[in-house]
Ligand binder design. Structure first.
Ligand code: MTE
Ligand code: MO
Length: 254
């Protein structure tokens, strides 16, 4: 029962992050219907119900191996100068770990062995850069949702922030998404690309794939995943490197 209550809060939170109050009141009415409530058995089901209500649950198109682009361009930062990153790179990322913290009950430090112990997903998708190029590639890694579930998001958490190891033109790159995209089945933390570990230019050792949004949302060189209630206190306050610049929108749905 407590699980259902917690999950319902999650649903409302996800709704509040993504849509207006009209949809929310629709969700509330649905939840008063015992049959509907009875069919929802897990947090996962509730997240999916939230996504359906908001029309953002559709999967991005997946392609066949034969569709993969012969060359996949690297864009933005292609290398990282940070000394800690260089040390990890030299060690083949053997001592590297991902930090998961912020508004969670259990902050996590996840080495690769832990990241690879989660169920893995492989998907062939098209990457669309706002600058006008696209490429089809294959990505492998754990889904973000189960990692956040393990950390235990607090009820106040509404956004997930991805901190990166690189400076782009002197400023830290970072990005953020809401909980609907965070729990989308195709949102993964990819360590593999086209059947090999990520190359540095493509974001080694770990990068975000958030397939329903444009390329600049796909943070490369991710070091830390932080759950927050608002984006206001982080860097320029607009939720991402390009957003702070005033160049591109925070929500870049495609
Ligand atoms: N950390 C970091 N992530 C980043 C960028 C960056 O400069 N730094 N560039 C973004 C942009 S604009 C795009 S199109 C993609 C490019 O990914 P690719 O290099 O694998 O093609 O990464 C995104 N993620
Ligand atoms: Mo981009």
């Amino acid at each position: 029962m407590s699980r259902l209550i917690l999950s319902r809060r999650t649903l409302i939170r996800a709704g509040a992050a993504g849509a207006g109050s009209l949809l929310l009141s629709g969700c509330d009415k649905l939840f008063e219907n015992p049959t509907f409530r009875g069919t929802l058995e897990s947090a996962e089901d509730l997240h999916q119900a939230a996504q359906r209500a908001l029309g953002r649950d559709a999967l991005a198109r997946e392609f066949a191996a034969s569709d993969m682009s012969p060359a996949f361009r690297a864009n933005g930062s292609r290398e990282v100068a940070d000394p800690a990153y260089r040390r990890h790179f030299a060690q083949g990322f053997a001592e590297w770990s991902l930090r998961v913290d912020g508004l969670v009950d259990k902050p996590l430090t996840l080495p690769f062995t832990a990241l690879k112990a989660f169920p893995q997903r492989t998907q062939i998708t098209r990457h669309d850069c706002v600058e006008g190029w696209s490429a089809i590639g294959q990505w492998t890694g754990p889904r973000l949702g189960p990692i956040l579930d393990l950390a235990g998001l607090r009820p106040q958490a509404r956004y997930i922030v991805f901190h990166c190891a690189d400076l782009y033109h002197g400023r830290p790159y970072y990005e953020s998404i809401d909980l609907i995209d965070a729990f989308h089945p195709q949102t993964i933390l990819a360590w593999g690309m086209n059947g090999k570990p990520l190359e540095e230019a493509h974001g080694a050792p770990l990068r975000l794939r958030v397939e329903k949004q444009l390329g600049y949302k796909h943070a490369k060189f991710v070091t830390r995943v932080e759950a927050v209630a608002t984006l206001g206190g982080i860097h320029g306050g607009k939720g991402g490197y390009w957003e702070d610049n005033g160049a591109y929108a925070w929500y870049a749905g495609i």
